[in-house]
Design a protein around this ligand. Structure first.
Ligand code: F3S
Length: 390
């Protein structure tokens, strides 16, 4: 790889150990993927924050990097394993909380903004069209490439941290125009509405075309919430880092030759396949993290009601602060539902605590079944709240 004078100095250790280690990681990655040079990034989002995933080796790596590492660009974190303020109410053990706090403190020492969310674009880490960034969380990566028109690969935790500490990433993959072209035309039989249906669309398309980039046509409009749901499920079920949607995606693409049709019956089958019989003992909304619009909707649905099971609203802490300000938190908590800020039903250590989850998220269903061994039900937000109150 061709490195600039500054990048060579980073590699030599002139800027400290954390920067040296970071440049080693980035150079190795660039060589594996055939990058010719490094490019500057303006924003970073780091995954691998939950102590449940990191364990002791991950914590040791972060503590080592925090000795002299400092972020050079705007950097935020993916969800942690617990609500950093209200973890006791969510049934998190003291021992886990101590470890999780150590992880967050290591990031804070490096200058990372310790807002733990998979929707950084809702809380001020929001790149614009054409910006090169280094994000980790798969749903946020798909959203950034497809909806915002920013350019990012799906980084691993260490390579995202390395990008934060150097402000660089190797130029390969989704940073190059030629790799961002649609490969399959996906025609929808009928336009969709609501997050659970967009989640089902991501499942159907992902399972049909894998990690190829689709150009979705036939969808007349889509809300931010619907697009975040699609971004999450298409990345989960297929592995793509990007989709094009006519009228939504700002990046240009050639029209692909390969073509598939998604029938409405396939969307219904996908929903049915994720929905077990009976009622659940756990309801969770906010995968990806709930927007303020979704929280407002939940508050209205819960006004004057009481939930009869464990109900989590998972969101970014700054979004919850807006909910506090607007009185939505009070309404939701008076109904007996709980906020789980900074975390989510997938990264929190809740395996074995519940039998069945009801959620509006297809991605949430995937990991609830595979990681936590819960049965799942996918429903609209209205139906989730109705079930919570039964
Ligand atoms: Fe976000 Fe957790 Fe879902 S990280 S996309 S809420 S699995």
């Amino acid at each position: 790889m061709n490195l600039t004078k500054e990048e060579k100095e980073m590699l030599s250790g002139k800027h400290g150990n954390a920067v040296k280690k970071s440049m080693e990681i980035l150079k190795a990655l660039g060589e594996i993927y055939g990058a010719k040079k490094m490019i500057s990034v303006s924003s970073v989002q780091i995954a691998g924050v939950s102590y449940d995933n990191l364990g002791e080796p991950g914590l040791e790596f972060l503590a080592e990097m925090a000795k002299d590492g400092k972020t050079r660009v705007l950097t935020t974190l993916n969800p942690a394993g617990m609500d950093m303020e209200n973890w006791r109410a969510l049934g998190i053990q003291e021992e886990f909380a101590e470890k999780q706090e150590k992880v967050i403190n290591a990031f804070a020492r490096m200058g990372v903004i310790t807002t733990c969310t998979c929707t950084p674009y809702l809380i001020g880490n929001c790149p614009h069209f054409g910006e090169h960034i280094a994000w980790s969380e798969s749903s946020a990566v798909a959203f950034a490439n497809s909806v915002l028109g920013a350019y990012t690969n799906r980084e691993g935790g260490p390579s995202a941290l390395a990008a934060a500490l150097t402000g660089k990433t190797p130029e390969y993959g989704m940073h190059l125009e030629k790799n961002r072209q649609a490969e399959v035309l996906v025609e929808l039989e009928k336009p969709l509405r609501e997050t659970q249906n967009f989640g089902a669309l991501g499942k159907v398309v992902g399972e049909k075309i894998g990690n190829k980039i689709p150009l979705v046509v036939g969808q007349d409009k889509a809300s931010l919430e619907e697009l975040k749901s699609l971004s999450a499920s298409i990345a989960t079920y297929g592995g793509t880092a990007m989709f094009h949607m006519k009228g939504i995606t700002p990046s240009k693409t050639k029209k692909p030759k390969e073509k598939i049709l998604v029938k409405h019956s396939e969307i219904e089958e996908a929903l049915a396949g994720l929905t077990a019989e009976g009622t659940s003992d756990f309801v969770s909304i906010g995968c990806p993290h709930a927007s303020i619009k979704e929280i407002e909707k939940i508050a209205k649905l819960l006004e004057g009601k009481k939930v009869n099971k464990e109900v989590w609203i998972t969101t970014a802490r700054p979004t919850k602060k807006i909910a506090d300000m607007m009185g939505y938190t009070k309404t939701i908590e008076e109904a007996g539902a709980k906020f789980a800020a900074d975390t989510c039903c997938v990264v929190a250590p809740i395996k074995g605590r519940f039998n069945q989850i009801t959620t509006d998220s297809a991605k949430g269903c995937f990991y609830a079944a595979s990681k936590n061994k819960f049965k799942t039900r996918i429903k609209s937000i209205e139906e989730c709240i109705k079930e919570a109150c039964e």
